[in-house]
Design a protein around this ligand. Structure first.
Ligand code: M6R
Length: 367
């Protein structure tokens, strides 16, 4: 049942290339230049009338929504707000019929996310669910569903569901951009072409998992570590940090790199591991300055970046890991993979039950 892998989590990490392909299948027209979303009830007229988008979820699905929200904001130029379902549902959010509410849930059964969906519908919003389970409560109650085709996810730590959710968001963002005319046909085609390369790029990273494993064994003896990043890198490290905490039980925090000096820098001392995700070119220099800040306080820094940046970064970090290059917007679909592997191998090195971490359930159907 684990297909030759030691754990469901590792199997599911390896299933990501297939999950990307399956989630894209049938959603790109024959020309390869246009996104089609068969069965979508959200009309073009409705898409044109939208004034805001709310992206609501819990845990890893929330983290996917952070990337998804940025994708929509960049592609469609519409204001996006992200919130966790347990906050959103109780704070009388400003929802109007011109709000598109996107709920994200692997299981489709998360109680708070379902309640948020109902709150949104009661206020007249169109609710679109991104879910991996088409027969779920959330899929049934939503006005629209974009199914992620990741296949069943068994490990408590979500991996292939997260990345499939990213693919779903990219498709939705491109689709809305087509309708609202915010991206040229060539720009859309360019993103689609890059999306087609993602599965192979993930495969190439999986083939080099040993480097991550060696690093995971180094950090396994630590009790605290930090992740830093800017922009989409910040969104991705939030997922990396959650993954690490949930299965390795190492305390970690993900910080917007520029925010460290506003307090958290006080926690950096000799030998504290800091993992810096530095893939977003427009803010790379800024991230490098933040890396220097933590280095000066004795941190042991691992940078994850593109090959071309490695030589330069190695002047300011202790180790560097290169990931394949794609468009900045799509990079989260690649950069999260080493972070998933890091959590997996760190948990393994600590002798933890990787697939069934303590205190956690796969599906949280109570509030
Ligand atoms: O089924 P859902 O996507 O609604 O679940 C949401 C969270 O409970 C879930 O992502 C949780 O954070 C994972 N265990 C993280 O790996």
């Amino acid at each position: 049942e684990k297909g030759g892998f030691d754990h469901f989590m590792l199997k599911e990490i390896h299933e990501q290339p297939k999950a990307y392909r399956d989630t894209m299948l049938g959603r790109i027209d024959e020309s390869g230049r246009k996104v089609v979303l068969p069965g979508l009830k959200l009309s073009d007229e409705k898409i044109r009338s939208l004034t805001s988008v709310h992206v609501i979820a819990c845990g890893t699905a929330y983290n996917a929504g952070l990337v998804g929200g940025t994708a929509i904001e960049q592609l469609v130029r519409i204001p996006v707000m992200n919130d966790v379902a347990s906050e959103y549902r109780y704070r009388s959010p400003l929802i109007t019929p011109e709000t598109l509410v996107i709920v994200v849930s692997q299981s489709g059964e998360t109680a708070d996310t379902l309640a948020a969906l109902r709150e949104a519908q009661a206020n007249g919003a169109h609710v679109l669910a991104i879910t991996n389970v088409v027969g779920s409560s959330i899929a049934r109650d939503a006005d629209d569903v974009i199914a992620t085709l990741a296949g069943p996810e068994i490990a408590v730590a979500s991996t292939k569901a997260y990345t499939s959710q990213l693919i779903a968001f990219y498709l939705l963002g491109l689709y809305m951009a087509q309708v609202r005319g915010t991206q040229s046909a060539d720009d859309v085609a360019h993103v689609i072409a890059a999306m087609h390369s993602l599965p192979e790029q993930v495969e190439s990273m999986l083939a080099q998992a040993d480097t991550v494993k060696a690093y995971a064994e180094q950090i396994a003896s630590h009790e605290h570590l930090f992740f830093i990043g800017r922009g989409l890198d910040y969104s991705v490290v939030q997922e990396g940090s959650l993954k690490l905490k949930e299965i390795s039980y190492i305390h970690s925090e993900a910080y917007a790199a520029g925010e460290l000096k506003h307090g958290t820098l006080a926690l950096i001392e000799e030998g504290v591991p800091v993992i810096a995700l530095a893939t977003q070119e427009t803010v790379l220099e800024k991230t490098v300055s933040n890396i220097k800040e933590v280095k000066a306080r004795g941190a042991d820094v691992m940078a994850i970046t593109h090959e071309e940046n490695v030589p330069d970064l190695l002047k300011s970090v202790d180790q560097a890991l290169a990931i394949p290059k794609t468009l900045p917007l799509l990079t989260p679909a690649l950069s999260v993979v080493p972070l998933q592997l890091l959590a997996y191998y760190a948990a393994l090195a600590r002798g933890n039950d990787v697939d069934k971490p303590r205190n956690l359930a796969k599906s949280v159907t109570v509030e």
